[in-house]
Structure formats: C-alpha cells, structure tokens
Design a protein around this ligand. Structure first.
Ligand code: AMP
Length: 192
C-alpha cells in the first residue's frame, strides 16, 4: 500500500506531535507501506522520514525544485521526485497513492488536506483520507466542516469522505475499514 502523508514543516511544536508522528511512521513500516511525503527535513516531515528510514521502511520525497535549491530536502531520503511547481507536486502526491493521512500542520498541510477532500467530494479520487487528531489539533477543523454542512455549503457525507482518529496506532485500521466507494456526480452537477 502506498500512503501519502501531509504534515508540518514547523519544528517549534509540542513534543506530543513528534511522538505521534514517530508512532505512526513505525506502524506504516510494520504494515510494509511505501510512504510518500513532502520531502522536507524539518518538523514532522523530518521526524516521519527519520523514523521510516531508521526502521528500514520505504519513503519517497516529492518537492518542487525551488525548495531543493534552498536545501529544504531531507538528506537521508534517496528516492526523490523534483517538480517544477507546487501544483505539479500535489498531483504527484496522489499518483499511485492508496491512502492519504493528514497529521497536524500549518497552512501547507491544510491546503493539501482541503484539496484531497475537494477532489474526493468531486469524485476525482476515491482514496481514503484519515486525519490524525493528536492533542485535539483538528477539533476546530471538524467543527468548521460541520458548520459547512449545517449551513448547507456542502452535503453531509457522514464519514465516507474523510475520517478522524485520535491515536496513531488506529490510522492503519481506519484506512482498511474505509469505504472506498467513489462519489458519482449527478447530471445536474450536484452530488448524490
Ligand atoms: P505547513 O503545514 O505549513 O508546515 O506546510 C507543509 C508544507 O509546506 C509542505 O508540504 C511544503 O509544501 C511546505 N513547506 C514549508 N516549509 C517547508 C520546509 N522547510 N521544507 C519543506 N517543505 C516546506
């Protein structure tokens, strides 16, 4: 299984986020996952790559050339794809990917997560999306999504588009239990 992990570049965050990332990385290696990530060496990206490599796992970084030029790439990762743009990078994240995992992060992570949810809601991907809610970091995100449903800015897909778990050990099970049913658009352009 190939999993794409979106996560923070910031290194200034609480140690709980690093511990959860380490536990997740170990479980991905134990499940023989090919990990795909943003290629960065800092923050949770660095922790993810360090742990996967230390445990003999497989990891691929995908990074735009401009980030590579300022040496943001993880030096221990040998499997790298360099893209021309951020848009191309995000498309490459999803090529051959069987599951998407979002860990806590900043605007870059939010943007990647929102794009994946949007593509899934529009039926362009059918990839399971799992959000790891360490320290309740994504509680406000869940509230925001519920607000969008309550105010009828989006349909309520229940948990069929994205799911949230609190513990890194539960991510793999959540992916396996995911209903990978593809969303179909109706002729009128609205979602069924
Ligand atoms: P954020 O969640 O805002 O930290 O963003 C993570 C994403 O931001 C990554 O996928 C990259 O697009 C980008 N990014 C920001 N800073 C870095 C960095 N130092 N190294 C690599 N990628 C970074």
């Amino acid at each position: 299984m190939q999993v794409c992990v979106y996560c923070a570049s910031s290194a200034k965050i609480d140690s709980a986020y690093f511990e959860a990332t380490e536990a997740l990385a170990k479980s991905l290696v134990a499940s023989d996952c090919q990990v795909v990530f943003g290629g960065g060496s800092s923050g949770l990206m660095g922790k993810l790559a360090d742990t996967v490599l230390e445990n003999g796992g497989r990891i691929r970084g995908i990074m735009p050339q401009f980030m590579n030029e300022v040496e943001w790439g993880h030096k221990g990762v040998s499997d790298f794809i360099y893209t021309h743009t951020m848009h191309e990078r995000k498309a490459k994240f999803l090529e051959g990917t069987d599951a998407i995992i979002a860990l806590p992060g900043g605007p870059g992570t939010f943007e990647e997560l929102f794009e994946a949810i949007t593509l899934r809601k529009l039926g362009q991907i059918s990839t399971p999306i799992v959000v790891l809610n360490t320290n309740g970091y994504f509680n406000l995100f869940a509230d925001l999504m519920q607000q969008a449903v309550t105010e009828k800015f989006m349909t309520d897909d229940g948990e069929s588009v994205w799911k949230m778990v609190n513990e890194p050990e539960d991510v793999i099970t959540c992916i396996r239990d995911f209903k990978t049913q593809k969303i179909e658009l109706t002729q009128a352009g609205t979602l069924r």
